[in-house]
Design a protein around this ligand. Structure first.
Ligand SMILES: Cc1cc2nc3c(=O)[nH]c(=O)nc-3n(C[C@H](O)[C@H](O)[C@H](O)COP(=O)(O)O)c2cc1C
Length: 196
């Protein structure tokens, strides 16, 4: 325990909590048959895992039985909330549908509340214009859910980062941005953990 920590009385338990690796979920935002989001999510995870600074996992909303919010009670809603509660931060893999996020992602966002609060998130988006319009819509939603979205935002083009808009072949230049985004997600996730 450092001198200042001794002075201000940080307990060993608090110290351990601060040093624990964070759990960051890489959330796949689409459930469409034939979707490309798993390729993008695996790419983000492969970059993230090399950093060894947090526990990264793919969280696929397609694996949760999430009915349209308010239409039914399912075990999937509870499981979704439990998964989110385990996480300290998020990376949203966002695809643009009619200039916004996908309906399944909006529904997944609406299907939890407290489990999102006071956590941080980064966005990796794709589309004809890098998914920028969808990502900006997501930022507004995250504000309401008290998720702090970081500045750096890798944008992938359906034309230059995919072959035939189906095979993901990302340009090298995105690597730096993904790491910068992850730096910011980790810093803010760690900070926000102290107020939960
Ligand atoms: C209904 C629909 C609407 C779409 N609208 C847009 C759009 O507004 N802007 C855009 O850049 N791409 C648009 N796209 C293309 C998707 O971004 C592209 O198909 C992408 O691969 C979808 O992500 P996914 O494969 O992970 O589901 C649209 C695709 C669909 C099926």
């Amino acid at each position: 325990m450092g001198f200042l920590d001794k002075l201000f009385g940080k307990t060993p338990e608090e110290e351990n909590t601060m040093n624990e690796k964070l759990n960051i979920g890489i959330i796949l935002g689409s459930t469409r048959e034939g979707r490309v989001s798993p390729q993008v999510g695996e790419w983000v995870k492969s970059i993230a895992d090399q950093r060894e600074d947090a526990n990264y996992e793919i969280v696929d909303i397609a694996n949760y039985d999430l009915p349209f919010m308010g239409t039914a009670e399912t075990a999937g809603i509870a499981a979704w909330n439990e998964k989110l509660a385990e996480l300290d931060g998020f990376v949203f893999v966002v695809q643009e549908y009619n200039h916004s996020i996908s309906a399944p992602l909006k529904n997944a966002l609406d299907s939890a509340r407290e489990a999102w609060n006071n956590k941080a998130a980064g966005i990796v988006s794709y589309g004809s214009t890098g998914g920028a319009r969808a990502a900006e819509h997501l930022r507004g939603i995250l504000g309401e859910l008290m998720v702090a979205d970081v500045r750096t935002h890798p944008t992938l083009s359906l034309f230059t980062d995919f072959e035939n808009m189906a095979q993901f072949k990302p340009l090298e230049i995105h690597l730096e941005n993904v790491n910068m985004m992850l730096d910011q997600v980790n810093t803010w996730s760690k900070a926000l953990k102290t107020i939960r």
